[in-house]
Design a protein around this ligand. Structure first.
Ligand code: SAM
Length: 276
C-alpha cells in the first residue's frame, strides 16, 4: 500500500502560527520535501526537528517529483513544505499533488497559514466572492491578456507581488481599472512590520513613489461595481460563461450560471458559446 503525501503549511512570518498538527505531521513523516532546504532547515532547527530533507522546487520538480512518487508508492510518508504558507498555492507543490493524484497516492492537506486568505480577511473589501489571480506574468502580452480578462470582474481579486515590481504593477492595474478603484496593500503579514493600507489605485501609486516598497505584499483589488447595465451586457455575460467553460463546466451549465449572475438571456448566451 502506498504512503500519503501531507501538505504542511508553514508560517508566513510569525513562527507561532505553526500548529501542533503541522509539527506532529512533520515529526511523523518518513521524509520531508522542501522548496528551499536552507529556508526549511532554519525552521526545523528552531523546532528542534531532525529529518531527512529532499529538495523539490521549480527547477528540479520533474526529476525530484518522480523520485518522491517512487518512495510514496513504496509505502513511505512524505510531508511537503514550501518556503512559507500553504504548499500548492502559487508554488511547485501544485505539480506534486497532481502527480500523486495521477498515481493514486493519497494527499492530505493540513490547514494553516496562506498569505492570500490572510490578506483578503484583513483587506476591508468584500470577501463573499473573490478570485485568486496569483502573480501577474512579466511577459507583457500575457500580462495584458490576463488584466484584459479581468476588466469586468466583479469579485474581489487577489494578487501576489514582489516589492521591486509593485510600482509597475500598480500602474498597470490603474490603466485597466482606473485610479479610483479601491486596493488594499497588505505588507509583511504576521511580521513585526505588518502594514495594511486601504487606498485607491491613484493613492497607492503616490504612496509607492514616496515610500519605496519593501517586504512581501499581497494586493487585494476591489471588483467592478455591478451596475444593472453592466450586468446585462453581453460582453460581461460572455466573459463569465467562457471563464466557467475554461474551468471545466459544460456549455449548458456555463451559460446557465452566467445568465443567472448577469440577467442576460440564457438561450442567447448558450447559442453564442456553442459556436466557440
Ligand atoms: N504558498 C504561499 C501561501 O500560501 O501564501 C505563497 C507562495 S508565493 C511563492 C509567495 C508570495 O506570497 C509572496 O511573493 C507574497 O506575495 C506572498 N506572501 C508570502 N508571505 C507574505 C507575508 N508575510 N505578507 C505578505 N505577503 C506574503
Amino acid at each position: 500500500m502506498s504512503g500519503t503525501l501531507y501538505l504542511v503549511p508553514t508560517p508566513i512570518g510569525n513562527l507561532g502560527d505553526l500548529s501542533p498538527r503541522c509539527r506532529e505531521t512533520l515529526e511523523a513523516a518518513d521524509f520531508i520535501a522542501a522548496e528551499d532546504t536552507r529556508v526549511s532547515l532554519k525552521l526545523f532547527n528552531h523546532l528542534g526537528l531532525k529529518k531527512q530533507l529532499v529538495s523539490y522546487y521549480e527547477h528540479n520538480k520533474r526529476e525530484s517529483g518522480k523520485r518522491i512518487v517512487e518512495r510514496l508508492l513504496a509505502g513511505e510518508t512524505c510531508a511537503l513544505v514550501t518556503d512559507a504558507g500553504t504548499p500548492a498555492i502559487s508554488d511547485p507543490g501544485e505539480d506534486l499533488v497532481r502527480l500523486c493524484a495521477e498515481n493514486g497516492i493519497p494527499v492530505c492537506a493540513v490547514c494553516g497559514p496562506c498569505a492570500a486568505v490572510t490578506a483578503l480577511a484583513v483587506s476591508g473589501l468584500p470577501t463573499a466572492r473573490f478570485c485568486f489571480e496569483g502573480f501577474l506574468s512579466v511577459n507583457k502580452k500575457s500580462r495584458r491578456e490576463h488584466l484584459d480578462a479581468l476588466r469586468s470582474e466583479t469579485r474581489t481579486m487577489i494578487f501576489y507581488e514582489a516589492p521591486h515590481k509593485l510600482a509597475a504593477t500598480l500602474s498597470d492595474l490603474r490603466d485597466h481599472f482606473g485610479g479610483e478603484r479601491r486596493i488594499s496593500l497588505c505588507r509583511e503579514l504576521t511580521k513585526l512590520h505588518e502594514e495594511i493600507l486601504r487606498l485607491t489605485l491613484d493613492e497607492a501609486i503616490a504612496h509607492c513613489a514616496e515610500t519605496p516598497p519593501r517586504g512581501e505584499y499581497v494586493l487585494i483589488l476591489a471588483g467592478a461595481e455591478a451596475t444593472q447595465d453592466e450586468d446585462r451586457s453581453e460582453e460581461t455575460a460572455l466573459a463569465k460563461a467562457r471563464r466557467y467553460l475554461a474551468a471545466g463546466m459544460s456549455k449548458k451549465d456555463a451559460a446557465r450560471l452566467a445568465a443567472e449572475e448577469t440577467g442576460f438571456p440564457k438561450n442567447a448566451l448558450y447559442d453564442k458559446i456553442k459556436q466557440d
